[in-house]
Design a protein around this ligand. Structure first.
Ligand code: IPE
Ligand code: IPE
Ligand code: MG
Length: 246
């Protein structure tokens, strides 16, 4: 295990965002800039996941949600999609012992059913292995779509009404939230998108209602600890009002 880095004196340890969500974008452009194949770009991105997870854990972030593959990413070539899933299998196996040692729990958002059986199996194994860990939750959004999550929640509510377990007037924000994929992590404090794209791309539509948003031009494979620290410093300078008046 690597030595823990000295804390960044600009960061107030009392106001660390509890839940950070990251749209990890820019692997393809990183590869292009380095004259490498897209799959090499994804590999550089995968390596960075563990680095940023560790940085968050050391800072005391309780939940880290990571967008790894969207329901729309199936529109890419079969070659790219296949190589992405092979890479995920490789990395989840490579890091599962370290995740376990650092008491990190892996959770999943989305649908594992449509993934190649081997990748789904490797991920399920890591979910199972880390299920009692307590230091931090890493929620991996894999074959995830924010709209699909809301559709799935609506279907579950409809099922409960149909079964006579829920009245129509009891369909509240709380009831819908309770039917999200990970209801315990329904509020994002800080949303970071790398690679300079100013859009949400169907990520955690419910949970980001009042998230502070930071878009950085840095490409995901280059987004290191010091970039993360910069984002937290910027977050801490923001004035979160939640619709009220200070
Ligand atoms: C993000 O990098 C990874 C996934 C969406 C799986 P991209 O592959 O989208 O990289 P760019 O946007 O082409 O640079
Ligand atoms: C969003 O990135 C999805 C992930 C990071 C997994 P995309 O590269 O798919 O988003 P768009 O296509 O630029 O909106
Ligand atoms: Mg992209």
């Amino acid at each position: 295990m690597k030595k823990q880095e000295a804390p960044d004196s600009r960061i107030d340890p009392e106001h660390i965002p509890g839940h950070i969500a990251i749209i990890m974008d820019g692997n393809g452009r990183w590869a292009e800039r380095h004259g490498k194949s897209r799959s090499k770009g994804h590999e550089a991105g995968a390596k960075n996941v563990y680095e940023i997870t560790e940085a968050c854990r050391e800072l005391g972030v309780k939940t880290l949600s990571l967008f790894a593959f969207s329901t729309e990413n199936w529109r890419r070539s079969k070659k790219e999609v296949d190589s992405l899933f092979r890479l995920m299998s490789r990395y989840v196996k490579r890091y599962s012992d370290q995740i376990q040692k650092t008491d990190v729990r892996l959770l999943h958002m989305g649908n594992l059913e449509d993934l190649p059986r081997e990748t789904a199996g490797d991920i399920r194994e890591c979910l199972e292995q880390t299920r009692n860990n307590k230091a931090m939750d890493v929620c991996i959004a894999l074959n995830y779509g924010g709209r699909q999550e809301l559709v799935d929640a609506a279907r579950r509510l409809a099922g409960q009404v149909k079964a006579g377990n829920l009245r129509e007037e009891d369909i509240t924000e709380e009831a819908l939230e309770a039917n999200l994929y990970l209801p315990q992590h329904s509020e994002v404090d800080l949303l970071i998108r790398t690679s300079g794209e100013n859009r949400i791309s169907n990520f955690m539509l419910w949970q980001i209602s009042y998230a502070e948003i930071i878009v950085t031009p840095t490409l995901w494979p280059d987004f290191n600890r010091s970039c993360l620290n910069d984002a937290i410093v910027e977050y801490q300078a923001r004035n979160r009002r939640f619709g009220g008046r200070p």
